[in-house]
Design a protein around this ligand. Structure first.
Ligand SMILES: C[S@@+](CC[C@H](N)C(=O)[O-])C[C@H]1O[C@@H](n2cnc3c(N)ncnc32)[C@H](O)[C@@H]1O
Length: 236
C-alpha cells in the first residue's frame, strides 16, 4: 500500500551536483514553509516540559542537520523573551549549506559521527534531518550519537509518513506557489519519513530502550532521550 514502506529514493536537493544558488533558493522556500508551519513549536513546547525551569535558564544546544541555522536563531530569540540564555552550535553535512549559515560558525560533520565529546551539550536537537539518512543502521547510529554528546536531553523531530499529511503538504506547497523541485522534495521527504513503531525499534537497536517516541498532529514524529534517568539507573 502507498507509504506503507519507506522510500529510499534521494531528494533532488541531496545530489552533490546541486549549485549554491539552487540551495540558496531552496532555503528561502524552506524558511517560508518553516515559518508557516511554526517549525520551532515542538521545541518551544517540549524543552520546558522535559527540563526543570532552573535548567532552562541557560542551555547549550547542538542542532544536527541545522541547514542555515534558522531553528537555533528562532529559539534563541524566543528564549530571550523569557529571560533565558540559549546558545546553539549548528552542524550540517553539506559545505554549501554551512556557508548559508549567517553565524559563520557552522560545523561540518555527519549525524552518524558527531565530532564532539561525550556530554558536550546540554540538549541535542534535530529537525527534519533524520529522513535524509539512508538506512535503518544510520538512523540507529544517529540516535546513539545524539545521546552520547547530550548531557541532559535529546529531542529529535521529523515528518511522519502518513497519507493525510502527504496530501496536506502537497496541497499547501501547491497553494503557496512553491517551485516544482521544492514540492517534489517536500513530498519525497514524507515518503522517506518515519512512523512511531519504526523509531521505537531503531531506538532499541541504538541501545536506548527507554527513549520515548510519539506522534503529533498526524504530521510529526518525535523522539526524546533523558540522559539523567539513564545515568541514575546505571549508577544503581
Ligand atoms: C530539510 S533540511 C532541515 C534543515 C533544518 N534542520 C530545518 O529544520 O530547517 C535537512 C538538513 O540535513 C542535512 N543533512 C543531511 N544528511 C545529514 C547528515 N548525515 N548529517 C548532518 N546533516 C545532514 C542537510 O544537508 C540539510 O541541511
Amino acid at each position: 500500500m502507498f507509504l506503507e514502506t519507506r522510500s529510499t529514493q534521494p531528494e533532488y536537493l541531496d545530489s552533490p551536483e546541486r549549485t549554491a544558488s539552487e540551495l540558496e533558493q531552496h532555503y528561502l522556500w524552506l524558511n517560508r514553509i518553516n515559518r508557516l508551519t511554526r517549525f520551532e513549536r515542538p521545541f518551544r513546547i517540549w524543552i520546558p516540559r522535559l527540563l526543570p525551569e532552573t535548567a532552562c535558564r541557560k542551555l547549550t544546544f547542538l542542532d544536527v542537520g541545522a541547514g542555515d541555522g534558522a531553528l537555533g536563531r528562532c529559539l534563541t530569540t524566543w528564549a530571550k523573551t523569557r529571560g533565558w540564555d540559549w546558545s546553539f552550535t549548528d552542524l550540517d553535512t553539506s559545505t554549501t549549506v554551512c556557508a548559508l549559515n549567517p553565524s559563520g560558525r557552522a560545523v561540518l560533520g555527519s549525524a552518524t559521527a558527531l565530532p564532539f565529546a561525550d556530554n558536550q551539550f546540554d540538549v541535542v536537537v534535530a529537525n527534519t534531518m533524520t529522513h535524509h539518512l539512508e538506512s535503518d543502521e544510520d538512523v540507529a547510529v544517529h540516535f546513539r550519537e545524539a545521546a552520547r554528546v547530550a548531557r541532559h536531553r535529546v529531542l529529535i523531530c521529523d515528518m511522519q509518513r502518513r497519507l493525510p499529511f502527504f496530501l496536506l503538504l502537497g496541497t499547501t506547497l501547491w497553494m503557496v506557489g512553491a517551485p516544482r523541485e521544492f514540492r517534489q522534495d517536500g513530498l519525497q521527504s514524507v515518503r522517506r519519513g518515519w512512523r512511531v513503531s519504526e523509531w521505537e525499534r531503531l531506538a532499541r537497536a541504538a541501545g536506548l530502550p527507554r527513549a520515548r517516541v510519539w506522534a503529533e498532529h498526524g504530521s510529526r514524529v518525535l523522539l526524546t532521550v533523558d540522559k539523567n534517568a539513564d545515568q541514575t539507573r546505571q549508577a544503581r
